[in-house]
Design a protein around this ligand. Sequence first.
Ligand code: HEM
Length: 417
Amino acid sequence: TREGVAVMRQILPVDMVERGRCPFDSPPGLQQRRGKGPVQPLPLLNGAQAWLVTGFDEARTVLADARFSADKVRHRDATSLQPHEVAASPEPDTAPNVESRDDGMFVFMDPPEHTRLRRLLTGQFTVRRMRALEARVTEIAVEHIEAMAAAGTEADLVPAFALPLPSLVICELLGVDYADRAEFQERTSTGLNAKASDEERAKARFELHAFMQRLVTGKRAKPADDLLSGLIHDADPPLTDAQLTDVALILLAAGHETTANMLGLGTYALLEHPEQLAALRADPTLIDNTVEELLRYLTIIQLGVTRVTTQPVTLAGVDIPAGATVVIATPEANRDPQHWPEPDRLDLHRPRTPHLAFGHGVHQCLGQQLARIEMRIGLGELFTRLPALRLAVPADEVPLRNEMLIFGVHSLPVTWA
Ligand code: HEM
């Protein structure tokens, strides 16, 4: 993700990265491109040619079609190339350069390699485990809100609430011992801190990897009722320690920063739409709708869902060659006016229809039930327990994560006095 951030700044036109007046609307350059049709060529600043998909139906087609590969290990993705690499290899590299995969990075695998790991993991996200987690999510949310309230009348919601909640939930899921949780949180928050230096982040990443390796070894020696122990028990043939470590790191990477930003940015969006927040306060049963509408309206994975064509494809009348990088603009697809009337409006009463905030197809978010639980309980408890919650700074001073693959706020100063 880190490398992705640096590269994104270098390869995308600045009007596709910097937000305009409304922090919740896409950058103006992206909105403009949405107006130019559902599929279009996207010249990158590194000299490579990519394709941009902004239409909802076209985005769904790409995500459900095996000719669009998620395997960035085999296919070199133009968004990950540095300018000198594009110059050196003008022809896209479509030839598989890896014969067999033995890692656990299933996010970047296609079926059938993807299928085995995905099935094993789906088997761990059981109704029983999610129900048990729900009770813990409530405890963690309430503890953090009470700690904020006990410490004063103002806080930065990101470190005080939005980051620790999903981090502790992943501890629960993976079965991290209570004694090790401070270390785990310290490492994960340094890894995500935009102000940390590259060295600090690299060190945190390295230590987190070592932490996960130790966790896997520990679970082999002493299994418990958690996801990693379940994977060790259920996988036949067994997964290697390296695969289990990869899986643990993927769950952290996929489930922490995403949910944290939905909590932070979701709170900011509700505070900036007082009439909508009032409707939720008046009718708490609106919370499930609120979660879905925030997911659609904010679609925080900005341009991070990409695929590579394995053969020439014609999509919405546009010819895309083999080996091309396709950037799926899920935030635009989720505001496709053919699917949502007045798509740029946050409307908690909107009828619920499928959206792409969790992706679609074989890679559709594995943790979406858990993410919904965390948002429903996190936002619900926050607005119930702190009824006077409001911004502690002018709205335009909230620092935005423009440059990050996952959009959100770097900090959210709030008060409840
Ligand atoms: C995949 C979004 C929370 C685990 C995805 C994808 C999206 C997404 C868009 C598809 C990526 C693609 O197709 O390339 C989100 C959002 C979240 C969230 C917006 C929070 C609101 C979580 C949580 C977990 C999780 C809490 C687990 C603890 C995963 C995993 C994948 C994934 C493992 C990869 C699945 C695969 O490749 O088969 N997520 N996610 N996510 N998500 Fe989430």
